[in-house]
Design a protein. Structure first.
Length: 401
């Protein structure tokens, strides 16, 4: 079995920064569009379009996020991030990757063509046949809600571990701002989402130099009792369960766009992470909490992150948990305890300026934490993600071993 290392890392960010005031304006513009179409809204329905900077910031911790430009697609951001990662690994002398795995929840097209194929074309590699040599590339889309980065990484890692491939790309990209309605601030995640891409270039190495444990990824999923959790984050219409009909497009419903029961998700996910995800992942990887230096979590909600970290501080009172950001890379201690601290863990959070970009969220945390010097050779990184289904997952690796 082969070892695996991260040979390169890249990101792709839209240039357009969208503030909370911009989001509030967009909600009002959407309401006016609906009214101009002759649709009658009740006073309660009209109020649901109203929000402001304070409302968003206090509930999510988000100040700004990035929006893709009109005409740009998920494949554009996957290709840009993948090119940066591949160049980071191998410079300008690009060799053709043996695999291109794209993790996304917002593909360019709902059924076909696969977005990974489109993104690979946009990287402008030479044709498959180079002289007399026929080159191929394992290419696929992977989608597992907000846990998509773990699912995509597991495929790329498995291709190398099995000996089937020596090097390739795991790209993560989403334009989720295109997939949610703007008709109800409480039930639409529009205000928390952002657009972005990120990518890892993975390559084979000796087992002794492998960055990843074997097996490297822990994942799970649970619909809850009678599938109740399946309905917390859901696109109600447009699939085989509920084929899309004209009534689903009513802007008061937007059943073809993603819905989220935010309060229930918060109440469910916090104990799920603390009571199941983290303990089960530690057991799966055969490590203890002291074997972790940095958490790079999915960026769902700042309040949710703080609640999770506070519970972790109670679960592991001998560990000092520090929440770090771009503006405060040394981190702020979370939780109070008189127990002497024997280990420190940094929880890196960047939701304040990226929002929730879905699939690339954990990789964006790794990228920034590396730039800030939080992640350096020898740092033990624990990635966690959770989302629709509910689904959850974790990856553990040692940077630059």
């Amino acid at each position: 079995m082969q070892g695996i290392r991260i040979a390169g890392l890249g990101i792709a960010l839209p240039p357009t920064i969208v503030t909370n005031d911009d989001i509030a304006r967009m909600y009002l513009e959407e309401r006016q569009r609906v009214l101009n179409a002759g649709i009658v809204l009740t006073p309660e329905e009209q109020t649901a379009y109203e929000t402001n900077d304070e409302w968003i910031l206090t509930r999510t911790g988000i100040r700004e996020r990035r929006f893709a430009e009109p005409g740009e697609t998920t494949s554009d951001y996957a290709a840009r991030a993948a090119h940066e990662a591949w160049t980071d690994a191998y410079g300008d002398g690009l060799e053709y990757p043996e695999f291109f795995i794209l993790g996304t929840v917002s593909p360019d097209h709902t059924q076909t063509p696969p977005t990974s194929v489109v993104a690979l074309r946009k990287m402008h590699f030479p044709p498959y046949r180079h002289g007399t040599q026929l080159r191929g590339c394992v290419t696929m889309d992977v989608s597992f809600a907000c846990t998509t980065p773990m699912a995509a990484l597991s495929v790329g890692v498995a291709l190398i571990q099995s000996g089937a491939c020596k090097r390739g790309i795991v790209a993560l990209a989403d334009l989720m701002t295109r997939t949610t309605g703007r008709h109800h601030r409480a039930n639409s995640p529009f205000a928390i989402l952002g657009d972005a891409g990120a990518a890892y270039a993975l390559e084979a190495c000796t087992l002794g130099l492998s960055w990843f444990n074997s097996p490297p990824v822990f994942m799970g999923g649970d619909g809850g009792i009678d599938g109740v959790n399946e309905n917390r984050i859901k696109t109600l219409a447009g699939g085989s369960a509920v084929p899309l009909l004209a009534e689903h497009l009513d802007p008061r419903r937007d059943d073809h766009l993603m819905f989220m029961d935010g309060r229930s998700v918060y109440e469910d996910i916090v104990p799920l992470v603390n009571d199941r995800l983290v303990p089960d992942a530690l057991e799966f990887f055969g490590i203890t909490i002291e074997d972790i230096d940095v958490f790079t979590p999915h960026q769902a909600n700042k309040r949710m992150s703080e609640a999770v970290v506070k519970r972790l501080a109670k679960q592991y009172p001998h560990v000092e948990f520090r929440m770090a950001t771009l503006d405060c890379p040394e981190g702020v201690p979370i939780g109070k305890s008189t127990v002497p601290k024997t280990h420190t863990i940094i929880w890196y959070d960047n939701i304040d300026h990226f929002g929730n970009p879905t699939s690339p969220a954990t990789a964006l945390c790794v990228y920034e934490a590396r730039q800030l010097g939080i992640i350096k050779p020898g740092t033990r990184v624990f990635q966690i993600a959770f989302g629709g289904g509910y689904s959850w997952g974790s990856t553990y690796f040692i940077w630059g071993i």
